[in-house]
Design a protein around this ligand. Structure first.
Ligand code: URP
Ligand code: ZN
Ligand code: ZN
Length: 457
């Protein structure tokens, strides 16, 4: 057994000073009375640390063609980086591109991930066309452990119409599935992209101008009315970025819709649209922040922070979708519409959140937003998201007294920048176990490839 001795455990019953015993791939005991080590047991002193159930990132894109380029991180590098930061499970977006069936896409994502992952992985399934075949295959997906799906209201090669979005929500309601939706009005984005380019604005600063908060709020509002029409279907508004989008969520909740879940990401809680003006060495550093939705105004950041502290946000995920600045994003020098959309974050989410909200969010809040709630929403509870006897031995021992600086030069994400370069980090994942195997220590990987596919229920 592995015995974690003397830490403060973040349990469903609250903070408890207790020893944690790991036996094989399960947590055997969380013992306030202490665990007396037996012969052969490995004891780690974790006094001064918080012991969390491993963090879960419910929104990543690893090893994925996004329409413009392949993401920089593979499942191997992405999950290795994840465990270094304390994230033991990712839920990645498998995508059935048009002409590809859902089972074919799922097989392909298994081929990419199986046998390579330092951390656990599960798959959402993104549905990019709505037809009888895909409708019928939703049940097969559920039987294969895929209980959450994604559709887009923007990106021409991915998006469904409103009527199709309504139908998939109705179909998923019957299966008790959840639909995660990328909320931006695609028509408006297309028109504004043309308009901004015609105005001669071609650099990264054109990106937020072409994807305004109104385009997000309109899509959130439309989605939530459709969910109402679909009999209060379960929906997860992913990567919420704006105060106006938040108002649309509030309006739906005020009319009694209870099956609405809201995700936001550290970038929308810490960075704003002044970043698009960053020049860097080659005058193109603003491209680092080209992601959709874009970074918003400082007032949006304040509104989202308030919503987070007020309990209106259910999960904080990363939308990790990494592209190198040099050799990938910089191919969009002539037109911001050609910059691959997305940024890295899977390694740094826990520490960015813990540091930014130090004194405002305690360990139980961090656990709820980054482990417990994603486990519950995505069908992994009570095996994951819970530090308790019988749960999976995915554990993050967190040292809140650690001090270090986030830098691209020392990160494990396979990408040439981080949006949090120079961020003075408070706290660090000291020991990270995946299925009972030590996967990372003091922010460095052990080399263990202990991740498993997580079929969900
Ligand atoms: O820019 C982003 N976020 N790219 C990833 C795909 C998505 O929209 O989630
Ligand atoms: Zn999206
Ligand atoms: Zn995404």
């Amino acid at each position: 057994m592995i015995i974690l001795k003397g830490g403060v455990c973040v349990t469903p019953e609250g903070l408890v000073r207790a020893d944690v015993a790991i036996d094989g791939d399960k947590i055997a005991r969380v013992a306030p009375e202490g665990v007396v080590p037996g012969e052969g047991d490995e004891v780690r002193d974790v006094s001064g640390c918080w012991v969390f159930p491993g963090f879960i990132d419910g929104h990543t894109h690893m090893q994925c063609w996004t329409g413009m380029d392949w993401t920089a991180d593979s499942f191997e590098t992405g999950t290795r980086a994840a465990v270094c930061g304390g994230t033991t499970t990712i839920v990645d977006y498998a995508t059935a591109d048009r002409g590809v069936t859902l089972p074919e896409a799922l097989d392909e994502w298994h081929r990419r991930a199986d046998g390579t992952c330092a951390g656990n992985y599960a798959f959402h399934m993104a549905v990019t066309e709505w037809n009888d075949r895909n409708r019928a295959d939703l049940r097969a997906m559920r039987d294969a452990g895929v209980t959450s799906f994604k559709t887009y209201l923007a990106y021409d090669h991915l998006r469904l119409t409103d009527a199709e979005t309504l139908e998939i929500m109705e179909a998923l309601r019957d299966l008790d599935g959840v639909l995660c939706v990328h909320c931006e009005n695609g028509d408006v984005v297309n028109a504004l992209q043309r308009r901004v380019l015609e105005q001669g604005i071609t650099g990264p600063e054109g990106h937020p101008l072409s994807r305004p908060a109104e385009a997000e709020a309109d899509a959130v509002s439309r989605l939530l009315y459709l969910a109402h029409l679909a009999g209060d279907a379960k929906v997860n508004v992913v990567h919420l970025s704006s105060a106006m989008g938040l108002e649309a969520v509030r309006a739906a909740k005020a009319r009694g819709q209870e099956n609405i879940f809201v995700e936001t990401c550290p970038q929308y809680l810490t960075l704003d649209d002044t970043r698009y003006l960053e020049q860097g060495e080659d005058g193109f550093a603003g491209a680092k922040y080209v992601m959709s939705p874009p970074l918003r105004k400082p007032s949006d950041v304040r509104a989202l922070r308030g919503a987070l502290l007020g309990g209106e946000i259910d999960t904080v995920a990363t939308d990790h979708c990494s592209f190198n600045l040099h050799g990938q994003k910089d191919r969009g020098r002539g037109a911001f519409t050609k910059i691959p959309n997305g940024g890295p974050g899977v390694e740094h989410r826990p520490v960015v959140m813990a540091t930014t909200f130090e004194g405002e969010l305690g360990p139980e809040d961090l656990c709820r937003l980054m482990s417990e709630n994603p486990a519950k929403l995505f069908g992994m509870w009570p095996e994951k998201g819970r530090l308790a006897a019988g749960a999976d031995a995915d554990v993050c021992v967190w040292d809140p007294s650690a001090r270090w600086t986030i830098e691209a030069a020392t990160q494990h994400q396979a990408v040439d920048y981080t949006p949090w370069e120079g961020f003075e980090a408070h706290g660090r994942a000291k020991l990270v176990y995946v299925n009972g195997v030590l996967a990372a220590e003091d922010g460095e990987p052990t080399g263990a490839v202990a991740g498993r596919y997580v079929p969900r229920h």
